[in-house]
Write a protein that binds this ligand. Structure first.
Ligand code: NDP
Length: 288
């Protein structure tokens, strides 16, 4: 019995470390030097992609469902029956049933299992995992989710991706709204640290005001642990979900447009909190 991990990015690298501490873990990364570094650092085994099909649980953590399709197709003919594929990508709920059906034809079970908690949560092994798919497959996998602090079965195939998209859309709304509010306070001459001190003891608080803005924006550090382009992608998925069900969500629509603009004007590879630099330009203030 061994596990496999595909995609050693900002999240995958520390997630796979917890797996390797618990059991034999095969790893692959497109830039293969990163897999070799993981082997040297954490005792995992860097292998060609096709060899990862030997594992009975295969994890993937890639930017979007498109890259997951690429690795699935590259593994066609190598996958073995009774494997469980656990996709920790923040993927698209419309792709999950297609990917699950494709895998089922090859005898492989599917779980969409995106995570939240950021790079810090991945390093600490305390990620929240939201799982869509077959409950029995999850029970097989659950003891081996070494990077998880909390695991919740949220429904059938695709439900994990849907919950993740809505969670991150809420993050985007809260972050943007806090940025606009703080820009107004800055223009009014209010000290922003004092303002955050009050907001965080009051009803306007959120993770954005309690953690992100104080640690990343006011310090001007904007450490790139979660790319702005990935958050814009997540908000787009949230909006697709609304459209699929013919919902009405004008606030989410505006949020998607704002993050697409920020991605272009500030830069997709910047940290997601750097979206507030666009609000700074719009208001001719600096959030310091
Ligand atoms: P990164 O950009 O840091 O890593 C992306 C990984 O995907 C790298 O290993 C990269 O390989 C690989 N990759 C990219 N394109 C391809 C491809 N065409 N074929 C094969 N491999 C590819 O992303 P994150 O780790 O930050 O994010 C991964 C997922 O997790 C995303 O869906 C994101 O939304 C989600 N997420 C991110 C969080 C965060 O805080 N960063 C928090 C929670 C979820 P290479 O090294 O060669 O570039």
């Amino acid at each position: 019995m061994s596990t496999a991990f595909i995609g050693l990015g900002a999240m995958g690298y520390p997630m796979a470390r917890h797996l390797a501490a618990q059991e034999d873990t095969l790893v692959w990364n497109r830039t293969f030097a990163r897999a070799e570094a993981h082997e040297a650092e954490y005792g995992s085994e860097a292998r060609p992609l096709t060899e990862l099909a030997q594992a009975d649980i295969i994890f993937s953590c890639l930017p979007t469902s498109t890259e997951v399709w690429e690795v699935l197709r590259a593994l066609d003919g190598y996958l073995m029956p009774d494997t469980v594929w656990v996709d920790c990508t923040s993927g698209h709920p419309a792709e999950a049933p297609r990917q699950a059906a494709w895998l089922k034809e090859r005898g492989v079970a599917w779980l969409d299992a995106p995570v939240s908690g950021g790079v810090a949560g991945a390093e600490a092994g305390t990620l929240t995992v939201m799982v869509g798919g077959d409950a029995a497959a999850l029970e097989r996998v659950r003891p081996r989710l070494a990077f998880a602090g909390k695991t919740v079965h949220v429904g059938g195939v695709g439900a994990g991706f849907a919950v993740k998209a809505v969670n991150n859309t809420l993050l985007a709304v809260n972050l943007w709204a806090a940025g606009e509010g703080l820009a107004a306070l800055k223009a009014a001459g209010v000290d922003l640290s004092a303002a955050l001190d009050v907001i965080n003891a009051s009803s306007g608080r959120s993770n954005a005001t309690e953690n992100l803005i104080g640690q990343r924006v006011l310090t001007r550090e904007f450490p790139a642990t979660f790319a702005l382009g990935l958050l814009a992608k997540d908000v787009g998925i949230g909006l697709d979900l609304v459209a699929t069900h013919k919902g009405s969500a004008p606030l989410l629509g505006q949020t998607a447009g704002l993050y697409r603009a920020a991605e272009r004007m500030v830069g997709a590879a910047e940290d997601h909190t750097a979206a507030l630099k666009l609000i700074e330009q719009m208001n001719d203030v600096e959030l310091t």
